[in-house]
Design a binder for this molecule. Sequence first.
Ligand code: ADP
Length: 173
Amino acid sequence: MSVKERIELIEGDITKLDVDAIVNAANSSLLGGGGVDGAIHYAAGPQLVEECAKLGGCPTGEARLTKGYRLPARHVIHTVGPIWRGGSNGEPEKLANCYRNSMQIAADNGFATIAFPAISTGVYGYPLQEAAQIAINQVIECLNEMPSIKKVIFVLFGRKNFDIYTDILSNLK
Ligand code: ADP
């Protein structure tokens, strides 16, 4: 199966996905927040924040693994995206690291299926097109190195992001 065939796009709510791991766009406290983070904690139930509290936070660009509790997903990989401050403060590298480090955790734990939201594109203000390009480039690089990961699903909340990802993927060879 080609790398492109191992990538799937869905418009919808990541908390509904039955996969080995969903990725959470968390903040560095890992103690919950708004957006996708709030939705994941709400759906997972209170045990998730209890496990997160034991992790002692997470620096931007890194990732941490917990169980999924009441989610259909078995695990949550929490990663902290960069806050957009104009783009010349290391934002692209940090965002790429979020995808790479999350994929590495999935590979290290033998996960076959992983779902990502569009990290940093909500409250953190990362421009959608630039963020999508980084997400797809980084995931493709990782899929080439990580044959045990069979499927990466980008779960896009809203038509606009879905259309941007669709365009980028359809222009790949
Ligand atoms: P960040 O702080 O990293 O910007 P946000 O949660 O504010 O995180 O937004 C990240 C992306 O997740 C945005 O594109 C937002 O529309 C999307 N999002 C919000 N809720 C969900 C959800 N339930 N499932 C998937 N994506 C979601």
